[in-house]
Design a protein around this ligand. Structure first.
Ligand SMILES: [Zn+2]
Length: 241
């Protein structure tokens, strides 16, 4: 019993000495064991799930480009697929309503309801629906983002995307984000409908038909989403202060 305690005392003393030595000894300039490499940031949209909706599809072609006759549904899909890539590069999880030429129902309401169900079931944080505009006058041009009236977060998201599109695409007409009454905007998550440009405007149609411009549109939308998300983080942090 006694020798056991004696042994314990030495161990205790040794532990105390070690702690003391640790407290007073100068810290080595470099750790003996190399530190683990710093983990690469996963991107500004890590942990964010975005539902990307390529508007129309199947028997619903949407608008028709004035000169080329290209259907809106085709261009929506191209921009939506590019947007998926850009969002994933930024760390987001993306749910697509479609990645081929299809529709959920020939009833417009049932088709849109199926798209909204994907957002609900997939736990989407944000919803972005991609469309192309048209107007009877050829002179109308410029991308425009719509949100549901009364939804403050959707308005902020729409404003951020609108601003990024103006900065990066430099359209000849800079429009403002606007409230719009669209069924696809009826969820309670921040939701926007992006009209990427006018297919009734010959110059904008020409741009929208090129892969390069489709990519730039997708990048601008992604940048707007990143701006919106970082604004939310800043607000959350200052709320916690
Ligand atoms: Zn449309």
């Amino acid at each position: 019993m006694k020798s056991w305690w004696k042994g314990r005392k030495y161990i205790l003393a040794a532990v105390c000495l070690c702690l003391l030595a640790g407290a007073v000894a100068p810290r080595p300039a470099k750790p003996a064991v190399p530190a683990k490499p710093v983990q690469q940031a996963q991107g500004p949209l890590e942990g964010v799930t975005v539902l990307v909706d390529a508007g129309h599809g199947g028997t619903d072609g949407g608008a028709v480009a004035r000169n080329s006759g290209t259907l809106e549904k085709e261009l929506n899909l191209k921009v939506a697929l590019a947007l998926r890539e850009e969002l994933e590069k930024s760390g987001a999880r993306v749910i697509m309503t479609r990645d081929t030429d299809m529709e959920y129902s020939r009833s417009k309401r049932a088709d849109l309801t199926a798209r909204l169900d994907l957002a609900r079931k997939g736990g989407a944080d944000l919803l972005v629906s991609i469309h192309m505009n048209e107007y009877r006058s050829r002179s109308e041009s410029g991308p425009q983002v719509f949100y549901r009236a009364g939804q403050a977060q959707s308005r902020l998201l729409a404003g951020a995307i609108q601003e990024a599109m103006i900065q990066e695409l430099k359209p000849s007409k800079a429009r403002s984000a606007m409230a719009g009454d669209y069924f696809i905007l009826s969820l309670d998550i921040p939701s926007v409908l992006v009209e990427c440009g006018f297919l009734s405007n010959p110059a904008e149609e020409k741009l929208l038909l090129t892969g390069d411009y489709q990519r730039r549109v997708a990048q601008a939308i992604r940048d707007g989403i990143v701006d919106y998300v970082s604004l939310q983080i800043v607000e959350t942090n200052s709320a916690n202060d």
